[in-house]
Design a binder for this molecule. Structure first.
Ligand code: PEP
Ligand code: MN
Length: 336
């Protein structure tokens, strides 16, 4: 159930509605909106009678929410969520470009690529300091030393950092350094991690699980939002199918579908979807063409010698060319 408040409703009226919800042992969620305040209700097993709220002062309408995901649905909030990350916006009219290596390897590598990318106008730098690798013998990331190098790159070139958190234990550390906390595909089902990032206000980039249905993906986002953090960015990064010629199968269909059913921004990761730099480029263009709010792309100063995901990492020159094309395509967003 969603309760729409009058645009001139007072804080006392909102408080009264919240108290009435809490008295029923349900949870109220005040949903930020430009025009009016809405209050979502979660925790109910069956339908709630609108009569309980309709007569309260300031209440305009009570709308039943039919989807299993509530707070992230368009039913609850019509306007797009736009997330402001130190002046750079994700969602709405802006096209977000996040780029950088798969993993932070050393100071020279991250400083070189950050300088190149910021010179191209890229505002978000990606780089893993904690890496969830399939093999325990593969490079696991530099840990805090990697976060420190990322912070140095951010401060030197005025960028914003996107980096992955892999467990609850290291969440406070990662949150201290980064501007956007990435939850990787392998952790999309890690509900305790989702609840913990939900208690923060830092934006969260949530990747779709390797075999997650769209509903499971959206429910993972609902976990974060229902714990108080509305700053969630969805990321389609390819799923496992019987098709085995590419690393994963990019499910481009989810982009316009998510746009219809959720107010959250959705970006695409063509790098992990493809696994091969040759197809990363057209997939990135496709993502922007179908209406994604942005892309996250692996770029390395020396892909041949990258410690992880070298074959799918773009050369800086290739990326620069792609960026020009993406910005061209992105201009259509302004006229939509
Ligand atoms: C990554 O972004 O480096 C990564 C590990 O991605 P994913 O979780 O999508 O596999
Ligand atoms: Mn990678």
């Amino acid at each position: 159930m969603l309760i729409l408040m009058h645009s001139q409703s007072t804080p006392e009226q909102i408080e009264k509605v919240k108290n009435r919800i809490s008295a029923l042992n349900l949870t109220p969620h005040v949903i930020p909106g430009q025009l009016r305040c809405a209050i979502g209700i979660t925790g109910n097993k069956g339908a709630i009678s609108p009569d309980i709220f309709k007569s309260l002062p300031g209440v305009v309408q009570c709308i039943p929410v039919t989807k299993p995901y509530k707070l992230i649905s368009r039913e609850v909030r019509q306007e797009d969520t736009v997330i402001d990350v130190n002046g750079a916006k994700i969602g709405g009219r802006d096209l977000t470009i996040i780029a950088g290596p798969c993993a932070v390897e050393n100071e020279q590598q991250i400083m070189t690529i950050a300088e190149q990318l910021s010179g191209m106008g890229v505002k978000f730098l990606r780089g893993g300091a904690f890496k969830p690798r399939t093999s325990p013998y593969s490079f696991q990331g530099l840990g805090e030393a990697g976060l420190k190098l990322l912070a140095k790159a951010r401060d030197s070139f005025g960028m914003r950092l996107v980096s992955e958190v892999i467990d609850v234990e290291t969440l406070p550390l990662v949150a201290e350094y980064v501007d956007v906390i990435q939850i990787g595909a392998r952790n999309m089902y890690n509900y305790s991690l989702l609840k913990n990032v939900g208690q923060l206000t830092k934006p969260v980039l949530l990747k779709r699980g390797l075999s997650a249905t769209l509903e499971e993906f959206l429910m993972a986002a609902e976990y974060i939002v229902s714990h108080g953090n509305f700053n969630v960015i969805l990321c389609e990064r390819g799923i496992r199918t019987f098709s085995d010629f590419s690393r994963n199968t990019l499910d481009m269909n989810v982009v316009p579908t998510v746009k219809q059913i959720s107010h959250l921004p959705i970006i695409v990761d063509p790098s992990h979807a493809s696994g091969d730099r040759k197809t990363v480029i057209p997939l990135a263009r496709g993502a922007v063409a179908v209406g994604a709010d942005g892309v996250i792309i692996e770029v390395h100063p020396d892909p041949e010698n990258a410690v992880s995901d070298g074959p799918q990492s773009l050369y800086p020159m290739q990326f620069q060319q792609l960026l020009g094309q993406l910005n061209e395509l992105g201009r259509f967003r302004l006229s939509e």
